[in-house]
Design a protein around this ligand. Sequence first.
Ligand code: ZN
Length: 321
Amino acid sequence: NAHYDVVPVAGEWRFGNPFSGEIDGEWLYGRGADDMKDAIAALLFAIQAVQKTDTEPKFNVECSFTCDEETGGELGAGYVVEAGLVNADYIVNCEGGSKLNIGNGHNGVLWLEIEVKGKAAHGANPDNGINAFEKTAELVTALQRVKRNLKLPERAFRLLDGSDRYPTLNIGGTFRGTDGDKVNTVPANVTFSIDRRITPNEELAFAELELREAISGACQYYPDLEAEARAILRIEPCLTDTDSPIAQAFAEAVRIVRFNQPKFKGTTGFTDLHYFVNTGLPGIGYGPSGEGGHAINERVNIPDLVRTSTIYATFMTRAEL
Ligand SMILES: [Zn+2]
């Protein structure tokens, strides 16, 4: 699976048009060059190579090119899985690993939008109102307790290299006050976001419950605090056993092409991989290596794209699954 949607462009690009696909030396520039039209090219080249050389693949190859990944993937990979269109036993998601790193999972995400409701009043008589900004400060204090608890040793996810990864909480990435707010008005409304990253040893539902309980607990504890939480994105974490046939077979293909033993690594950012893995298809993430994904002057390394294509073809024609 690979996604063909891209994030919007902004800023001054080195070659002007961010969709020109300009080539300079080993690099091809453009929005989507790395995330992830490079992977679509690598996969199509691999299939073409297998066809043109009349090589018999070791298994049926089923490709899905989907959209919507950059905004959660529910309408793309999520739909393809949900509608039962996938007949595969294993999944290679063509991003989430590169070079000598194979992605065997990723963190999940929960985005909440919290609205704190107060009551407007004249700034000369603030006691007649409920200050939504001050109420937000109380709520944030309560949420920071949740944040501290995420650093407890028992919350850690042990990585393959022996280091620990902890769940995280980012409060207030987006923040806005009341429309028409003024110095002499008691603010009636505050809206802010929560970005909770869920490690593969956690469950999204538990993370959401923990936050919602903290919010309702704070509302009971602090007088006049009224807050409403709305989920705007839910992505489950996922993890594939590194001893599984797909992980081992793909690692062997990487080793053959790159002459080096690859490592497995779960990413903190999410991909579409979880849609497949969490319905029972073990899988990994791997694609060409580039730079500047989601940024200005996004580019892919062409020799690495070709090498990745060779790895896909090697995997299709040599893997014993
Ligand atoms: Zn992507």
